[in-house]
Each structure stands twice: as C-alpha cells, then as structure tokens.
Design a protein around this ligand. Structure first.
Ligand SMILES: [Zn+2]
Length: 235
C-alpha cells in the first residue's frame, strides 16, 4: 500500500511518522506531501528572505524523506496564507493521484494553525475528487478512495483517538529523522523552550501509557465519503 502524509508544513509529519515507519516495515511505500513552502517558519531569523527560508525547509524535509527511503512532493503554497482555491485543489488532487495513495494521514479539523485546518478541508475534498474522472490531471485517476486518518492536533484542542498505533520499536528512528529539521529544532526551542524530541516524547509517551505500551500515536478516521474502511488499515 502507498502511505501518504499530507501536511501543511515540513515537520508536521511528527504526528504520524512513527506509524508511517511501521507501515514501511510491513512493506508499504511512503510519500510526504507538504502544501506550503514553510517560509514563515524561521522565527529565529525573521529577516531571512522567504525564498531562502523556503529552500532551507525544502532541503531539510528532502533529507528526512531520502533517509526514510520515501518520496517528497512540495506544493509550495505561501506559508501561513494557504487558501482553498481552484488551483490549490487541482494541485492537491494531482499530488494524491501521483502518490497512488491507499492510506493518508493528515491534520485534525481543530488546530491552532489555520493552514493545518485548511489542509484537513482540502484533503477531505480532494481525496474524494482523486477518484473521480470528471477532473482530469496529469496523474491517472485513483481506482479506489484512500483511507484517511486525522492526526493529533497541535495546540490546546481536545483529541480523543479511536485508533492507536504502538510505535515503540520505531520511536528512536522517528526522532532521528525529525532531527533533519534543524531550523525547526531551533525555532521550537525559541518559541516553546522544547525541541522536537521533547515535544514528541511527551505526547507519544502519554498516548502509549493509555494503551499499555511505551510509545504510541493516536488517530481518528476522517469522516467523509470513502474515507472509512470496513477492514483494518493501520499497522
Ligand atoms: Zn504546521
């Protein structure tokens, strides 16, 4: 199966990376799609030109993706100004088709960041459209609607997972890969006082504790047409 993370920014995949590595271990192929260029993520160097910031974010994500043996599609919409437009929808439909997605992880509909919320809306619509031949794109129409799972939100929003993935054997690799986001490690330290490892450790340890393992990630199936399957999808 082809497993796809569709997120707003380079580093948002921290909410599903453990589950994706577990998917890879069972033989799945991994893809990472980011909607924005991440150019507003450099809170530690706000004077950096957007083109330079976007290039750094792309390079960091590309290095992570290469180390994971995966494929990266960066749709490069303007960070913090992601809107639902015909052009963005068509780009995302084509990207979903290009990955041959069978399983998608994406943002929760409730989140502190509106780019994240917008990605949730876009995935709900574009995953459906990816199976419909009425909107032709360069990549071929999907034969079947991919399963879609929403990840833990960022920020102070309630989230009650119905599905848990024990990522204990994959947590160390998840952290190793996330360290490719060097600029975001600095940004997080400055903004929150915690780095990516601590941020993931707190949450994944808490989720693991709830289901009796050391580290876990929690998910809910996205409500939508074709998104929920009557058979197990997660590893
Ligand atoms: Zn983000």
């Amino acid at each position: 199966m082809n497993v796809v993370s569709i997120m707003a920014h380079q580093d948002d995949e921290m909410r599903c990376l453990g589950a994706m590595l577990k998917c890879r271990a069972r033989g799945d192929h991994l893809f990472f799609v980011t909607l924005t260029d991440g150019a507003k993520g450099m809170v530690q160097t706000p004077a950096m030109p957007a083109s330079e910031a976007g290039a750094i974010r792309h390079a960091e994500m590309a290095a992570l993706v290469e180390a994971a043996g995966a494929t990266f599609l960066n749709l490069r919409e303007p960070d913090e100004f992601l809107f639902d437009t015909p052009a963005v929808r068509m780009k995302l439909i084509d990207a979903i088709r290009a990955t041959g997605a069978g399983l998608i992880f994406t943002h929760s509909p409730r989140d502190y960041n509106l780019d994240h919320v917008m990605v949730n809306r876009l995935v709900r619509h574009c995953a459906m459209q990816s199976c419909l031949p009425v909107l032709p794109t360069q990549s071929p129409v999907l034969a079947q609607h991919p399963a879609v799972f929403e990840c833990e939100p960022f920020g102070t929003f309630d989230f009650d997972p119905s599905h848990y993935v024990d990522i204990t054997p994959f947590f160390a690799e998840k952290v190793r890969l996330l360290k490719f986001h060097r600029s975001q490690e600095e940004a997080m330290q400055q903004a929150t006082g915690s780095g990516l490892e601590v941020i993931c450790s707190r949450l994944d340890s808490y989720r693991g504790d709830l289901v009796g393992c050391q580290w876990a990630e929690g998910f809910v199936p996205m409500p939508g047409r074709g998104t929920i399957k009557p058979y197990p999808v997660l590893p």
